[in-house]
Design a protein around this ligand. Structure first.
Ligand code: PDD
Length: 280
């Protein structure tokens, strides 16, 4: 695979980052994951706007204009012949001369890394026709989950807890209400109504979420942006998640309780179909 590191396209084995990089030492960095379908980059504008916001919230500049970032995305998709998958982008505060809690002096070059991940079948129906099962876990992450930082240890542990419980993922709960999945936004369906948590510092503003809510409204579904509990979710007609790496993925079980019929719900599958069709 060819990857991009600080201005150069190199073979992944030749890519080098300093041991003093603040992304490595302090998780002082932000990232984006942008989907690729049929070699096309999805919703770049949404991702780059969120990236600019994440950087600004942490006092980091954009390392280059958005158009240049788009050109790198395209070049990597082309060099690596990605048909379905994603482009991962990470920007850190760079590598100061030594480890230090204080931010490095202004002018310290940021570290910019991009690479592709091929995932044949991403937009297909195989995984979605089965759906996923989740457990609930407490949300003990920091208070600025609206910033897409590379502090992913707890979500990573959440996935391992799910795996240990024999399921696919975990929904995180704070003050009795679901915040989001480990790396996705969480939804329930009641009748014709799609319910998902309102935006705020507690969750990431998903780019897929924005698109799916728009498609839901266009398809005459009702959208309610509010929090919900695990108990409410367990009695819902359907549940699902969204993210750049899963699109719309039905959830068929929460903490051992079957949702609706126990099969992927019709509204979730319809929204997935619309999302994939609109992306092609
Ligand atoms: N995760 N919430 C969290 C905590 C996430 O990490 C993500 C994305 C989302 C969904 O956002 P989007 O629709 O823009 O992908 C919600 C990416 C895919 C990841 O970490 O791999």
């Amino acid at each position: 695979r060819t990857v991009y590191v600080n201005g150069e396209y190199v073979a992944e084995n030749d890519a080098k980052i300093s041991v003093f990089d603040r992304g490595f030492l302090m998780a002082d960095g932000v990232y984006e994951v942008t989907s690729v379908i049929d070699g096309k980059i999805l919703d770049f504008e949404g991702h780059v706007l969120r990236l600019e916001r994440s950087l600004a919230e942490l006092g980091m500049p954009m390392p280059m204009p958005a158009d240049d970032l788009l050109a790198i995305h395209r070049e990597l998709v082309s060099l690596n012949a990605v048909d379905e998958g994603a482009v991962y982008l990470q920007i850190t505060r760079g590598a100061p001369a030594d480890r230090d809690f204080a931010f490095p002096p202004e002018g310290t070059p940021q570290t910019v890394v991009l690479f592709t991940q091929s995932k044949p079948g991403l937009a297909g129906d195989a995984a979605a026709s089965k759906g996923i099962k989740v457990i609930s876990i407490p949300d003990i992450r920091w208070g600025r989950r609206d910033i897409k930082t590379v502090q992913l240890l707890y979500p990573s542990m959440g996935k391992m807890m799910a795996k240990a419980a024999g399921v696919d993922d975990a929904w995180m709960v704070e003050d009795g209400m679901v915040t989001e999945g480990t790396s996705n936004n969480a939804y329930i369906v009641r009748g014709n109504t799609i319910i998902t948590r309102h935006l705020g510092n507690e969750i990431l503003s998903g780019i897929t979420r924005a698109a799916v809510l728009r498609f839901a409204r266009e398809a005459q579904m009702t959208v309610e942006e509010r929090s919900f509990s695990i108990e409410e979710a367990q009695t819902a007609d359907e549940a699902f998640i969204t993210s750049a790496t899963t699109f719309v993925m039905p959830v068929t079980e929460i903490d051992g309780v079957q949702i609706g019929s126990g099969s992927p719900g019709p509204l979730a599958l319809r929204l997935r179909e619309i999302y994939v069709d609109e992306s092609r």
